[in-house]
Design a protein. Structure first.
Length: 322
């Protein structure tokens, strides 16, 4: 029988749930910061088991975001590849300038040895699978270009991998240690085959993903420039504005919203950074391409459900508690 670690906010006073949840996320996933979009009400549940070297966590929670900075990635003891496979809700995985939205029936993969951000903008029920990175990298597979990708799950080997991960997670509590180890090795092999298939695809879909990567990379390099615009991106990438918009037509956000969200998240990171506590909110906003304090305050509140000053104050209180 495999031991299952269960964490739930049900027995926690509502006013304490947000802080307790952040501590659980921090400890269970090895130094992972989180925020709750400024929400005051929250409930969450996690149950985790091991299939040999593979860690499987079922997570149900209200909307929230998690972030691993480059500093935290370097400080981590164990190198994992991590998979998020939603049963309910959605997740946005962002890493290395790439971004993948994933919904029920699919899964996405990312690397915990680098910085990343995961947004869960609605209530979620996710299966999170952590696989030792060395078990995949030692087999000659180039992992870097495959991170922050929507691997699939609706057909082919990626669907077999997804169904195996789900069924293993459900049955782990009743498995013997040897059976659990075998199931973990099977998952690693199925994920490897899924990534090999993804790496070998040369079609319109992967060409579109590569074009999106170029767009996001350009945005990342010029995010602090207040003159960053659709026109300038099109000129820099030698394409039409229509081509840019079409590249994001099946995404969950427009290109303009993508730029705005990345700027807001950069400001949120700086507002939470104790080393920047002497910088004014306006200075931070302008350093990330905003050119109107009133506009910044309005879009920040729409995004975080808190004013920039209230967000900074809440971050300081959370840091003091931790």
């Amino acid at each position: 029988m495999q031991a299952t670690q269960v964490m739930t906010t049900d027995a926690v006073a509502p006013v304490e749930r947000a802080a307790v949840w952040r501590d659980w996320i921090w400890s269970h996933f090895g130094g992972l910061e989180s925020d709750l979009y400024g929400d005051t009400g929250f409930d969450g549940h996690m149950s985790a088991s091991h299939a040999g070297d593979v860690v499987m966590t079922q997570l149900q929670a209200n909307r929230h975001r998690v972030l691993r900075s480059q500093h935290l990635a370097r400080a981590s003891d164990t190198s994992y590849l991590k998979i998020v496979a939603p049963t309910q809700g959605s997740a946005m995985v962002e890493q290395k300038g790439r971004q993948a939205w994933v919904r029920p029936g699919g899964w996405a993969i990312y690397d915990t040895t680098g910085s990343y951000e995961i947004a869960n903008p609605e209530r979620v029920d996710h299966l999170i699978v952590m696989l030792p990175k060395e078990k995949l990298s030692e087999r000659g597979l180039r992992l870097d270009p495959l991170m922050a990708r929507r691997v699939g799950g609706t057909s082919g080997i990626s669907r077999v991998a997804l169904e195996t991960m789900r069924s293993t997670s459900q049955e782990l509590p009743s498995m013997s240690p040897s059976a659990a180890r075998g199931a973990g090795e099977l998952i690693i092999e199925l994920v490897r085959l899924s990534l090999l298939e993804l790496a070998g695809q040369e079609n319109a879909t992967t060409q579109l993903e590569a074009f999106r990567d170029r767009i996001r990379e350009h945005i990342g390099q010029h995010l602090r420039d207040p003159g960053l615009s659709i026109d300038r991106i099109a000129s820099a990438l030698n394409c039409s504005k229509r081509h840019l918009h079409n590249a994001f037509s099946d995404e969950d956000e427009t290109l303009a919203h993508h730029i705005l969200r990345r700027r807001l998240h950069a400001c949120m990171r700086d507002l939470k950074n104790p080393a920047l506590s002497q910088r004014s909110i306006t200075e931070i906003a302008f350093s990330w391409g905003f050119n109107s304090a009133a506009h910044f305050s309005r879009v920040f509140r729409d995004h975080a459900d808190l004013s920039p000053s209230d967000f900074r104050a809440a971050a300081r209180r959370q840091a003091a508690i931790r």
